[in-house]
Design a protein around this ligand. Structure first.
Ligand code: LMR
Length: 329
């Protein structure tokens, strides 16, 4: 009896020290960005909240920086159940649904608040389940911010981009956006961009300030243009079968933790991008170009044909609903 009690006590000690109990669910959350980005911070907040709300029931392992899986692989891994939560940018779901392409239309949202209103609207919420038949379910949208252009030369008018090669995420809309200004798009995984810019495989790219700074693009690109021409936001997705199979109390706790992480993400995203912009501006040899209203209009006009090209795939109703979100101020 004494031996038995000692064994129980030792077991309890082990568990207290972080050992996994038989019932503890290990949740792998994989993403491709640095920890000091909105998504990086939000993923850590999710871990903290989930483990606080569900002590001994879940253990969340966060893998940043494409450490576990890169862009395409993380989707496959989610489908196979090798990871449980991922949060790809909305531009990366092309293979699973054409509807999410709406978020890539250039100059669609006036600002992040408009994107937020659209995501919270019935049509935006419906999109969370638009990949259910493929086994993916969206739990939340997370903001990053608006995209800025950079290249080996100053980009002030659309003609400046002519003939240049730009890295794009795996999105046909984004590819068409660069083709519309006579540039050459190249789809590349996020983890490959720095090197591609460094060795000249591509001449330019588009991303948010927090991604630009945390990936050190300012070391290999000297001309940035504050164009705010598009959006990088995320959908946090889980494997539908795995999610459904979770005990109800675990699901409820994770839903709560996700709400807390979403709030943190959206509260800090703007500041992180602003801070990152200042750091990029301070980097050696870097110029951040501002567009005049006329120059910005010229980019908008040059990229406008992309809308009609993808209207059939995305759906006119969805595009209109997204546009309506701009007017709700
Ligand atoms: C990119 O590939 O540029 C972004 O989607 C990376 C990210 O997750 O923000």
């Amino acid at each position: 009896m004494r031996q038995f009690l000692a064994a129980v006590a030792a077991g309890a000690l082990l568990l207290g020290a972080g050992g996994a109990s038989a019932k503890e669910t290990v949740i792998k959350f994989s993403h491709v960005v640095a920890e000091k980005t909105p998504k990086g911070q939000a993923a850590l907040k999710f871990k903290e909240e989930a483990e606080k709300l569900l002590p001994g029931k879940v253990k969340v392992e966060v893998y940043p920086n494409s450490q576990l899986f890169g862009d395409a692989k993380e989707m496959e891994a989610l489908a196979l159940g090798d990871v449980h939560i991922i949060a790809p940018s909305l531009s990366k779901f092309n293979r699973f649904t054409k509807k999410l392409q709406v978020f890539d239309l250039p100059f669609l949202f006036d600002d992040i608040a408009a994107a937020d209103r659209f995501q919270a609207s019935p049509k935006g919420q419906e999109l969370l389940t638009s990949m259910a038949s493929k086994g993916f379910v969206g739990l939340a949208y997370w903001h990053n911010g608006t995209k800025q252009l950079s290249a080996t030369k100053a980009l002030l008018v659309p003609d400046d981009a002519k003939g240049l090669k730009f890295r794009v995420q795996p999105s046909d809309v984004l590819a068409a956006q660069f083709q519309a200004v006579g540039a050459v798009p190249q789809k590349l995984a996020f983890a490959e961009v720095y090197q591609a810019l460094q060795v000249g495989t591509v001449d330019g790219q588009e991303n948010t300030w927090s991604n630009i700074y945390s990936q050190k693009y300012q070391e290999v690109q000297k001309h940035f243009t504050e164009s705010n021409h598009g959006l990088i936001d995320y959908m946090v997705v889980v494997n539908a079968g795995w999610w459904k199979g979770l005990p109800k109390d675990v699901q409820a706790g994770l839903t709560k933790a996700m709400a807390a992480a979403t709030k943190v993400n959206n509260d800090i995203a703007n500041n992180l991008n602003e801070e990152a912009k200042k750091k990029v501006a301070a980097a050696s040899g870097v110029t951040i170009h501002q567009l005049t209203p006329q120059q910005r209009s010229a980019w908008k006009k040059a990229m406008a044909p992309v809308w009609s090209k993808f209207e059939g795939e995305i759906g006119k109703d969805l595009i209109q609903a997204a546009q309506t979100a701009n007017a709700t101020n």
